[in-house]
Design a protein around this ligand. Structure first.
Ligand code: GLA
Length: 384
């Protein structure tokens, strides 16, 4: 947790005056429903108690100045000259500014100080959190009256255009719209959603960070998305009413994708089945049947690893290892894949022991540190 005062103080020491607004926008977890969002499917995320914080203030000229505490880096550009840059982090803010300009919003020069406690590259959507923090902050700073869902959409487009990842809407939606103690069941087809209480009784959500960052993750992500779209095109030749994998049945895939491309078929089938798993998981959550919920997580991991092929040896190892303990009722890799965290449903009293046992084994096997992260479902973006 980072305090408002700390952001205000650091903003002042970097930019000389005081920020007019300070915004907090959280990272996210996802209980189940992976790679479904860009296929018009369902997701079940929530924001966590780790966030990106930004302080902002207006300038009298048309210049943007940014400072990122994590990298101790300063960046400056004229509003008229913004374009994607080589260095990563400014793109998340510049991409948002670009979207606002394209919408015809009256954005002027500003200073922005950025800090946060979302672990970077851990699959907890620090980039979406930054996009949403920036969008929300500029919305209040320039009095743009953009609603929350549009802020999420602007963040998603920023990711597409300035970061080059054709992501779905889940991360930004979760960052902006989440409610403490709940998960959001979001239908990515029309963005209708409902909040479901996350009542886990004796169990807790424990994230285990592999500390693996795969450099090809964004290419592989875009490739998976392209495979799904190609699968839909094949089905559409026979069922023109089909728009996305959401409208596709296993029979359609069997008949029209499998004979053409077995790998594409396997990827598409994963997505259709992942939506089914999510619906089963939601029923289980509503009925308080945590074992059944956990089972869906283990199954989802199998699919993500063997069918959709977005896991990595470190993630597979962690999921396999925890499976042996009756105190762990569910686990899977989370997010885009190729690294980042596993999400685990673990008996409260067993969490520390599990981490204690697992850490040296993981280190020996992969020569990497394992980081355990305890998270609490939290509220979405807010003005502090
Ligand atoms: C990343 C993307 C999301 C979603 C997940 C996979 O986090 O940003 O839109 O597709 O991967 O579920």
């Amino acid at each position: 947790m980072i305090f408002k005062e700390q952001i205000a103080e650091r903003y002042s020491s970097v930019f000389g005056d005081a920020p007019t607004h300070i915004v907090r926008s959280p990272g996210r977890i996802n209980i189940i429903g992976e790679h479904t969002d860009y296929n018009e499917g369902f997701v079940l995320p929530t924001a966590i108690d780790k966030a990106i914080y930004v302080g902002v203030g207006k300038r009298n000229d048309a210049v943007i100045r940014l400072y990122a505490e994590d990298f101790e880096e300063y960046f400056e550009v004229a509003l008229a000259d913004i374009r994607p840059v080589d260095k990563g982090w400014p793109n998340y803010v510049l991409g948002v500014v670009n979207q606002l300009v394209l919408r015809g919003e009256a954005v002027g020069g500003f200073d922005m100080y950025i800090d946060g406690d979302v672990p970077l590259g851990a699959g907890l959507s620090s980039s979406a959190a930054l996009e949403c923090a920036a969008g929300f902050a500029l919305n209040v700073l320039f009095d743009l009256e953009i609603d929350r869902v549009d802020i999420a959409k602007i963040g998603q487009l920023a990711e597409h255009t300035y970061a080059g990842v054709k992501c779905g809407i889940m991360d930004q939606f979760a960052s902006v719209m989440s409610k403490a103690g709940h998960v959001v069941k979001l239908d990515c087809r029309d963005l209708s959603f409902s909040y479901k209480p996350l009542e886990l009784g004796d169990y807790a959500i424990l994230l285990l960070n592999t500390n693996v960052k795969h450099s090809l993750a964004s290419t592989a992500y875009n490739d998976r998305r392209a495979s799904c779209e190609e699968g839909v095109r094949l089905v559409q030749q026979h069922f023109p009413e089909v728009n996305s994998l959401r409208d596709v049945t296993l029979d359609m895939l069997e008949a029209h994708v499998k004979p053409v491309d077995l790998d594409m078929y396997t990827k598409c089938r994963f997505v259709v089945e992942e939506n089914e798993r999510l619906n089963r998981a939601c029923d289980a959550l509503e009925q308080g049947d945590l074992d059944r919920l956990g089972e869906q997580l283990f199954r989802a991991h199998e699919g993500l690893s063997k069918e959709y092929e977005v896991s990595c040896p470190e993630l597979d190892f962690l999921v396999d290892y925890v499976k042996a303990f009756p105190e762990v009722i569910g686990a899977r890799m989370m997010g885009g894949g190729f690294g980042g965290c596993t999400i685990n449903l673990v008996k409260n009293s067993f969490q520390d022991l599990l981490v204690e046992r697992l850490t040296p084994i993981y280190k020996e096997r992969f020569n990497l540190d394992l980081t355990a992260i305890k998270v609490v479902p939290s509220n979405g973006t807010e003005l502090l």
